[in-house]
Design a protein around this ligand. Structure first.
Ligand code: GTP
Length: 551
């Protein structure tokens, strides 16, 4: 069964559940109205309950194919809300409500016949496998060097020297990007036009990086039209090219967006979950607001979708609670609510919360509304927490991650290693080749660490040319082995500057919280002391607590 069929089946099951719910709720509402006391405050509790039920129906019915029933529930909700606000309930009001509920029950048979459709999936950049790069390169020697460099960054490289396979590559989905060397070829414009035609036939253009010495306007325009996202002159600066590849894949989107849905209407929440899941977003539902903060800590949402009216708690109250803690400032709280009254929406936003999505909402509109908010929130959060040169966590954020992982290691009795990594003789790189080339080296090491370490590892730029890596579930010996492999790969990279080619190295110190001591304090200082030792032992090496017990 493909994804669309799975979603269709899931939505059909939830729709059936909603119909069963209507068959219970509508007669119960009718009974409740007939038994409604005709005086205030005797009617207060029952009216409040009725208002909550109608509010839920108004929010859910449209989504499950009952738009007319949803509108009627909305109208009745406002009628009940007025009675509560005016603190009155007489016989005329009760009769009007009974008639309204009868009309509501008749709309039970007015479902739109359309079956739920699988929504269009927004482009998801998430892949959990090595990226496959197709390279068209005539120069065998350069092709090998390019492959070696890209493979050391964790890419899978497939080399081609003939154009025959090009069409095949562009018409299948096997490639994640294409590197094309046009230098020396006389037919470059013609080739780019062919590439553009092939790209046009694709669902999404394949990221293309060109190597060419032409930089005139006509050439650049054809390059862009063919989908080029990078253009490199010869001799190619391979680490700069790798950095461009990394940007093409936009690491910001490398993990699915995480959406926390706070709604007491479980059927509706499950429907939203199925719809958003189908668009590659992860969704957790909180139907009991008392566990909200705990779930936030564990799930780390990009966006919180919050119902406004829940029994005993209001959405704005919960949003205010979230705002009590500064660490959640970056996460937008979006009310997903049947509330259409502009004044009430404004009041809710005034208390706390950032935006409104009004229910009922179509599947595609929901996906687009949530996706765009999550994308923006992730970008903002990355911009705040991440270093602009490398995209890694900044000093304060990596320190926080160290604390979190050390605490977790102690609690779960699973080891965690901390590594401090520092580029050797970096001052002389700057002095000899310039600050911009130095930046390129810093970025290359950041990319290499990111590619070689695991998704669960945390990486930060601790200072200028100094990095910190936190490796959960990893003993000091293993951390040293992994970092040593990265050290060799980094040392093999060839950097280019206007005044020559050069290599760099780094040194690292590793410390671990592991059996038998499970020591949490002083781990960073201990890694730093080992780094100092590595420098004094001649640099380009790793020293870990497993090698020495005393520093
Ligand atoms: N290009 C560039 N240089 C930076 C950046 N941040 C810090 N630096 C430079 O990094 C150099 C660090 O030099 P030092 O701390 O003396 O150490 P080193 O030359 O790397 O020598 P060892 O660490 O002892 O091997 C200084 O020259 C800083 O100016 C940055 O963002 N970009």
């Amino acid at each position: 069964m493909d994804k669309a069929e799975q979603l269709h089946q899931r939505l059909a099951i939830l729709a059936k559940g909603f119909r069963a719910r209507l068959d219970n709720e509508l007669p119960a509402l009718d009974k409740q109205m007939r038994e409604l006391p005709e005086s205030w405050p005797a009617a207060a509790d029952s009216l409040q309950r009725t208002r909550d039920q109608l509010h839920k129906l108004a929010g859910a019915a449209g989504t499950f194919g009952y738009p007319a029933l949803g509108s009627k529930a909305h109208e009745l909700e406002y009628q009940v809300r007025d009675l509560i606000e005016q603190q009155q309930c007489d016989n005329a009001a009760r009769q009007a409500l009974i008639e309204g509920v009868i009309e509501l029950a008749q709309l039970r048979h007015s479902a739109t016949t359309e079956s739920p459709t699988a929504p269009a999936e927004p482009a998801s950049e998430y892949v959990d496998r090595p990226r496959v790069i197709y390279v068209f390169e005539q120069d065998d020697q350069f092709a090998k060097r390019l492959r070696h460099t890209l493979e050391s960054f964790g890419y899978q490289v497939i080399l081609h020297s003939t154009l025959d396979e090009l069409q095949q590559v562009l018409t299948t989905d096997k490639a994640d990007a294409l590197i094309f060397d046009l230098s020396g070829g006389a037919q470059s414009t013609e080739l780019l036009e062919n590439l553009q035609r092939l790209q046009d036939q694709r669902h999404k253009p394949l990221p293309l990086i060109l190597i060419s010495d032409r930089e005139d306007f006509t050439f650049q325009l054809s390059a862009v039209r063919a989908g080029a996202q990078g253009l490199f002159p010869t001799p190619v600066d391979l680490t700069a090219l790798e950095n461009q590849l990394e940007r093409c894949f936009n690491n910001l989107h490398s993990e699915p967006f995480r959406i926390l849905l706070v709604d007491d209407d479980e059927t509706l929440a499950q429907r939203y979950q199925a719809v958003l899941n189908s668009a590659a977003m992860r969704v957790e539902i909180v139907s009991d607001p008392r566990i909200l903060l705990e779930r936030m800590d564990a799930f780390l949402p990009d966006v919180i979708l919050m119902d406004i009216n829940m029994p005993n708690y209001s959405g704005p109250e919960l949003a205010q609670m979230i705002r009590l803690n500064d660490s959640w400032l970056r996460v937008p709280v979006v009310y997903l609510s049947a509330e259409t009254d502009a004044t009430r929406q404004k009041d809710a936003l005034f208390k706390a919360g950032d935006d409104f999505i009004t229910k009922p909402i179509s599947d595609n509109a929901l996906i687009n509304a949530v996706y765009s908010r999550a994308q923006r929130a992730r970008l903002l959060s990355q911009a705040l927490a991440r270093d602009s040169l490398t995209g890694l966590l900044k000093h304060a954020d990596i320190k926080e991650q160290i604390e979190i992982e050390l605490e977790r290691a102690c609690r779960t009795r699973r080891p965690v290693s901390i590594a401090m990594i520092d580029i050797d003789h970096f001052k002389s790189v700057n002095d000899q080749y310039g600050h911009a080339v130095g930046d390129n080296v810093i970025r290359a090491l950041a990319n290499l660490l990111r590619q070689r370490l695991r998704k669960i590892d945390r990486l930060g730029r601790y200072g200028g040319e100094e990095f910190v890596a936190v490796l959960p579930d990893c003993h000091a010996e293993d951390a040293k082995r992994i970092l040593d492999e990265i050290r060799v790969a980094f040392n093999e990279l060839q950097f280019s500057a206007s005044n020559g080619l050069f290599h760099c190295s780094f040194s690292a110190g590793v410390s671990a919280c592991q059996a038998p001591l499970w020591e949490t304090s002083g781990q960073l200082a201990s890694a730093d002391a080992r780094l100092y030792l590595a420098k004094s032992q001649g640099r380009n090496c790793i020293v870990s607590t497993a090698d020495t017990t005393q520093v």
